[in-house]
Ligand binder design. Structure first.
Ligand SMILES: Nc1ncnc2c1ncn2[C@@H]1O[C@H](COP(=O)(O)OP(=O)(O)OP(=O)(O)O)[C@@H](O)[C@H]1O
Ligand SMILES: [Mg+2]
Length: 137
């Protein structure tokens, strides 16, 4: 599945990743030290389609919030994340969410071979101002 066309060489979002690497991240919660942050998206062992589409978006490496959010959610934990505007929270939440959905596959078929329609994920739009932001959802 190719969603975003040819790979970008660099994101146009204006994120300075060399400065971002120095940003401290605080993690709290029961046994929170058990979850090790990723440094590269490849370490998250994402399904090929998701990994390839991140590359096509020009996402070469994760932002600080993504380094933590992806392994935290994929380890089955709940996550509340707070990071500055423009720091990549959309991907921080959606990549592990999409990965979980892709790993679990479509809902089981019933005895007549039909899939029962059921919600698999829920994205809440918190405010009128933020709602239009994630253009890729
Ligand atoms: N790993 C990444 N590599 C390159 N670009 C990225 C990466 N993650 C996010 N971006 C880009 O950075 C920009 C900001 O991301 P995003 O809108 O998710 O930030 P945000 O933290 O949700 O901001 P806000 O608090 O304003 O909602 C977007 O253009 C997004 O495509
Ligand atoms: Mg956002």
């Amino acid at each position: 599945m190719q969603v975003f066309g040819p790979p970008k060489t660099r994101s146009t979002s204006g994120i300075d990743f060399d400065k971002y690497d120095a940003i401290p991240v605080q993690v709290s919660g029961e046994n929170s030290t058990d979850v090790k942050p990723i440094v590269r998206f490849s370490e998250a062992k994402l399904v090929d389609s998701l990994f390839d589409n991140l590359r096509r978006c020009g996402y070469d490496r994760p932002t600080p919030v993504q380094k933590y959010s992806i392994p935290i959610v994929l380890s089955g934990r709940d996550l509340m994340a707070c990071a500055q505007t423009g720091s990549g929270k959309t991907c921080a939440f959606m990549v592990p969410c999409l990965e979980s959905l892709l790993r679990s596959g479509p809902p089981q078929q019933n005895s007549r071979g039909r899939q029962k329609p059921a919600p698999c994920g829920l994205c809440l739009a918190p405010t009128r101002e933020l709602r239009p932001q994630p253009s890729w959802l």
